[in-house]
Design a protein around this ligand. Structure first.
Ligand SMILES: *[C@@H]1O[C@H](CO)[C@@H](O)[C@H](O)[C@H]1NC(C)=O
Ligand SMILES: *[C@@H]1O[C@H](CO)[C@@H](O)[C@H](O)[C@H]1NC(C)=O
Ligand SMILES: *[C@@H]1O[C@H](CO)[C@@H](O)[C@H](O)[C@H]1NC(C)=O
Ligand SMILES: *[C@@H]1O[C@H](CO)[C@@H](O)[C@H](O)[C@H]1NC(C)=O
Ligand SMILES: *[C@@H]1O[C@H](CO)[C@@H](O)[C@H](O)[C@H]1NC(C)=O
Length: 508
């Protein structure tokens, strides 16, 4: 049953209310999905098969822009921010203005990311984030027409989430100004509506008068960072990344090489073998003699930059500590013994943006004058749970049409996101409660691990997460999440009183 194609306002004095009967909206969205999903799915799979790193996502951009341009009613601006150094960003808009409606169209925006990780591919599942965004926007736009709801759906393609905060740059260009509500979803191992950490990277350089002195300084610094206790803030962490070989901020280092000069192969080998106990899950090493000494190659699953997992880098730091005081021993990088500078990125995270400066100052003070120079990237503020949108999403997952398994609300922040720049939250300095935000943002973290507990699955940024992001389960979870977010969007567009509740958090 579909009622009138005009949204009527209730009598003066009463709360504005939708008169559109949306009781069969879940069924409509399922039918919209069954028509569109094969095309959408294939775009998600193509993006996975053709990983492109931040600001280089031209194929992903073109695939999505071509798709949206093929739909009727969409105004699509490919490379919408090319002149601002973001050639792979796009913007697309769908207006449904039923005849006779002359008011301002209520608006809901969707966010799409599509960058991959340097050297590993889609190990953060951004192919699924793109798929979610374009699917939810497609389903919602069809529902507006079907139910005759005046409304605007926007989708903004946001490049380079991983490294240089694409949404920070887009936000400065007012790319999110024309909607108060932005919806997205992020695949991970376990489902939760949860906050995300604030993040800052320090880029430090260590210079020596010799190669081995530079290596020793850098390892000393990484050891200092590893030993830090009492970081200020809540759930704060500081983790080193060695800027050698295939590295990038925010990726897992699964292979680390360290050379030891002045000791026999047998001694070096047994030193590392003794350190390598069960607290290093799945880490292995090989030691071989080369022209400069003994070259150790350490392999392992690494870990998300802020994870507690002891990976190959930790093993190399502990190898350095075990041998640094042995007379006659020095260290080198087997891949390049000619450099006298070694750069280290220190990835710092903390639960609340307001503590990020004190974490950074704490790390700086501990390093003292050891680094020759220190610079930093754009901070990612923390993302807070949006009270209305988070609950609306959880409520839907408890209905038969949106079965995603247990979908809790959690206070644990598993990672960081540049979507926090869209939300731009303000928290109370004492209680840390969200008091207002620039935008209402939903960032649903949904599980794509066969075991809902996440057991047995790699976490985001670990190489094996890439495989998870291309499974039938991952795609079917994404399809359900896209319908759920389309449902929320349509409900907001159809009902001014719901939109008012969703935007009550805004700092006006
Ligand atoms: C860090 O702690 C380890 C283990 O106690 C120790 O061997 C190492 O020297 C410490 N590093 C620094 C830079 O103090
Ligand atoms: C290194 O140690 C391991 C374990 O103790 C041993 O199996 C291996 O043969 C050793 N390799 C070398 C090159 O000495
Ligand atoms: C060694 O590092 C220097 C300085 O970064 C670089 O110019 C050179 O190409 C590197 N050599 C090798 C073999 O990687
Ligand atoms: C999922 O993981 C939990 C916790 O590790 C475990 O107890 C359970 O047996 C696992 N279930 C399946 C189906 O593998
Ligand atoms: C270690 O490797 C095994 C076999 O590949 C895998 O099942 C297990 O999950 C891995 N454990 C960790 C902590 O990575």
């Amino acid at each position: 049953m579909h009622l009138s194609s005009t949204v009527l306002m209730a009598a003066a004095g009463a709360v504005a209310q939708s008169t559109v009967d949306l009781s069969d909206l879940p069924a409509f969205l399922k039918s919209s999905s069954s028509t569109n999903w094969p095309t959408l799915l294939s775009i998600g799979q193509q993006i996975w098969n053709d990983p492109e790193v931040g600001l280089d996502e031209t194929h992903a951009h073109d695939r999505i822009v071509n798709y949206l341009s093929s739909l009727s009613g969409w105004t699509v601006s490919g490379s919408a921010y090319a002149s601002n150094g973001l050639p792979t960003a796009f913007r697309a808009e769908f207006d449904n203005r039923p005849s006779g409606f002359t008011g301002t169209l209520p608006t809901v925006g969707f966010l799409a990311e599509y960058d991959a990780l340097v050297g590993i591919g889609h190990a953060c599942g951004h192919n699924l984030i793109a798929l979610n965004g374009i699917s939810a926007a497609t389903f919602a736009s069809e529902a507006l027409v079907h139910y005759g709801i005046p409304g605007r759906v926007i989708i903004v393609g946001t490049p380079d989430e991983e490294n240089a905060a694409g949404k920070f740059k887009l936000n400065n260009l007012d790319a999110f100004a024309d909607s108060d509500v932005w919806l997205m979803a992020h695949p991970t191992t376990t489902s939760a509506i949860q906050p995300m950490n604030a993040r800052l990277n320090y880029f430090t350089s260590f210079v020596g008068s010799t190669h081995s002195e530079a290596v020793a300084k850098a390892y000393n610094a990484m050891s200092i960072v590893q030993n830090l206790t009492g970081l200020p803030g809540t759930s704060s962490s500081a983790v080193s990344i060695e800027n050698v070989g295939v590295y990038a901020t925010n990726i897992v280092q699964t292979v680390i090489d360290l050379g030891v000069a002045g000791l026999s192969l047998a001694t070096v080998n047994s030193t590392v073998a003794k350190l390598l106990d069960s607290t290093y899950p799945n880490v292995t090493f090989t030691a071989t003699t080369d022209a400069n000494g003994v070259a150790i190659t350490m392999n392992g699953p690494g870990g998300h930059a802020s994870d507690a997992t002891k990976g190959p880098l930790v093993l190399s730091i502990n190898t350095y500590n075990a041998l640094k005081n042995t007379p006659g021993v020095s260290f080198y990088l087997p891949s390049n013994t000619s450099i006298s500078e070694l750069d280290i990125t220190i990835d710092m995270r903390t639960r609340y943006t307001t503590d990020l400066n004190s974490v950074a100052n704490f790390v700086s003070a501990a390093l003292g004058t050891l680094p020759k120079s220190v610079s930093h990237d754009v901070q990612y503020p923390s993302l807070e749970v949006d009270p209305y949108l988070g609950q609306a999403f959880i409520d839907l997952t408890e209905t038969p049409d949106y079965q995603l398994g247990n979908f809790p609300s959690s206070t644990f922040a598993p990672a960081s996101t540049d979507a926090s720049w869209v939300q731009d939250p303000v928290i109370d300095s004492v209680t840390h409660k969200l008091t207002s935000a620039a935008k209402a943002v939903l960032h649903a973290n949904y599980g794509i691990c066969p075991n809902a507990s996440g057991a047995g699955c790699a976490f985001n940024h670990e190489p094996l997460f890439k495989n998870l992001a291309n499974t039938a389960l991952a795609y079917s979870q994404t399809e359900i999440v896209a319908r759920a977010e389309a449902q929320i969007a349509v409900q907001l567009l159809a009902d001014p009183s719901e939109m008012a509740k969703a935007t009550a958090i805004l700092s006006k």
